[in-house]
Design a protein around this ligand. Structure first.
Ligand code: 1PR
Length: 498
């Protein structure tokens, strides 16, 4: 069984490195997706269908070639998690002529191989180990040798449209509270301390009593992550929000959180906070790529770089817009692939009277400033918003993409914890500046906010922290499920999207 690059290695070769031959077991070469019309890498939940659509609307009409047979547990009603920039283009009949059964997916107008099987060989471009229950079913079928099985009668209708879904991501801001326990917390504009008289939520109940000044406690990270997974979260992100306080790398509490979470949570896990070159208390230098390695070895699929990316972008522009291989983004992308590197951005609005007053990238805004200003720019910050830099959000994301980031996690300090909705103007502006996927973050308060950011900005994913934590007790399970299902019903790219 080959997964992702394990499928790719079976082909003759790849555009990714033409000089290196593949194993040549499957005829054909891999090509990079075109980013003319869509974000690359292709990240998220997509189909693996064995039947051809009728061509009119791109909608799959039946489950497999005979309509009722499942190959290694694949179902036309399921979506699977993909993360890759190169793929094997699908040409009808070619692989079948060599005895392969092929399941395909569509990204934009490109149809590519999502999975293929022949005898006891199964290869998937998607990650079954990160595809929740649908992926576990594929792994189980492979281990049991169930190459072909009858689809259950419940799996027939309605057919699932082809194409990538939007992702709804649950975020857990994690830090130690004053008693030294690791808790999930949530700030208002990054302030995570309780205000006098405010309600306090601990993941299962809300009380009116709290200790003013204490770190807000929403529950335990592993418990909450499991609950989000069980409720259908497409992805889970942990941010160690006090990572700027140094502690020995091997003692990072997030390593244990990841180990425990990844043992029972089978969707992608991102971890952020403290991904940079560090010096241990004994004076030993630890490069960022080593910090990232520890996180990947503990179960993370992606690392998210915040403050260090700002430093890297400043250096990039100081060199005249040139990469020199010295940054954590470049080192981690080179070692693990750019899809494993997220850059987390913490911008804050700065209102101005017009574009002429600053050299930064200014946008016109429909939400005027305190003095009625109709323009603003977004200033990047580091250390959890504590320090502002002379760098605008566009400069940061363009540099991050050039250095090798695979995705942007776009927070907004003004909206964080506000429940007022995403900053649509910010998301739209960043989306227009880069080709890599953009995750909108900060401000989700009701499900309509997710719909709005998907409809109005083309964001590839949207993340919620405070809002989803409100529904994390057992009685709110169905409401949480509905929120996480939003991305699935909000099909976005390619033919046949609804
Ligand atoms: O700088 O590489 O060590 O990374 C630190 C990371 O921690 C950064 O990604 C930074 O965004 C995050 N961080 C630091 N301080 C805070 C804080 O809240 N005091 N949290 C913080 C950032 C932003 C999101 C939040 C969304 C959605 N929080 O994680 O979850 O704004 O919130 P909402 O849906 O409740 O509105 P480094």
């Amino acid at each position: 069984m080959g997964i992702c690059v394990g499928l790719q290695a079976l082909f003759d070769g790849s555009e990714e490195n033409p000089a290196v031959p593949g194993l040549g077991i499957i005829p054909g070469r891999l090509k990079r997706f075109s980013d003319e019309d869509k974000a690359v890498p292709h990240i998220g939940w997509n189909s693996a269908n064995t039947a051809r659509g009728d061509g009119d609307d791109g909608v799959i009409k039946s489950g497999s070639q005979d309509g009722r047979t499942s190959i290694y547990g694949l179902r036309p009603s399921s979506k699977y998690y993909y993360v890759h920039a190169y793929a094997a283009p699908y040409r009808e009949g070619e692989l079948e002529a060599h005895g392969w059964q092929v399941a395909t997916a569509r990204y934009g107008d490109e149809e590519f191989v999502g999975a293929l099987a022949r005898a006891n060989v199964l290869a998937t471009q998607f990650h079954p180990e990160k595809s929740g229950a649908a992926g576990l079913r594929v792994i189980k079928a492979f281990l049991h040798g169930d190459a072909l099985a009858e689809l259950p009668s419940s799996v027939s209708s309605p057919p699932v449209p082809e194409g990538l879904t939007r992702r709804v991501i649950a975020c857990l801001d994690v830090r130690a509270n004053d008693a030294g326990d690791l808790v999930v917390t949530k700030g208002d504009q990054y302030d995570v301390r309780e205000k006098a008289g405010a309600a306090s939520t601990n993941g299962t109940s809300t009380t009116a009593v709290n200790t003013a000044g204490a770190v807000r406690n929403l529950g335990k990270p592993v418990d909450l992550a499991r609950r989000y997974y069980a409720s259908g979260a497409d992805e889970i992100t942990f941010l160690n929000i006090t990572s700027f306080r140094s502690s020995p790398v091997a003692d990072q509490p997030m390593l244990e959180v990841l180990r425990q979470t990844s043992a029972s949570v089978f969707v992608p896990l991102t971890v952020g906070g403290g991904i940079r070159d560090t010096v241990e208390p004994d004076g030993r230098a630890v490069p960022a790529v080593e910090v990232a390695r520890l996180y990947f070895a503990s179960g993370a699929d992606k690392v998210s770089i915040g403050s260090d990316a700002v430093d890297a972008a400043e250096a990039y522009w100081a060199r005249g817009g040139r990469a020199d291989g010295s940054t954590a983004i470049e080192a981690i992308a080179a070692a693990y692939g750019r899809q494993a590197v997220v850059v987390s951005v913490d911008p804050r609005r700065v209102y101005v009277d017009g574009p002429h007053v600053t050299s930064h990238h200014v946008i016109a805004t429909e939400r005027p400033g305190p003095q009625g200003q109709r323009h603003c720019w977004y200033q990047c910050t580091v250390r959890g918003g504590r320090e502002a830099r002379d760098l605008d959000v566009r400069q940061l994301v363009v540099a991050a993409e050039a250095l090798g980031a695979g995705e942007i996690l776009l927070n907004c300090i003004d909206r964080d914890g506000s429940n007022e909705g995403f900053d649509i103007e910010l998301v739209r502006d960043v989306k227009s500046a880069v080709r890599i996927p953009v995750i909108a973050s900060s401000g989700a308060g009701v499900p309509e906010h997710f719909r709005a950011v998907f409809d109005e900005t083309g964001a590839d994913a949207a993340l919620g922290a405070g809002m989803v934590s409100l529904f994390s007790d057992a009685s709110s399970y169905r409401r949480l499920r509905r929120i996480f299902a939003l991305g699935f019903v909000q099909f976005c790219l390619g033919d046949g999207c609804v």
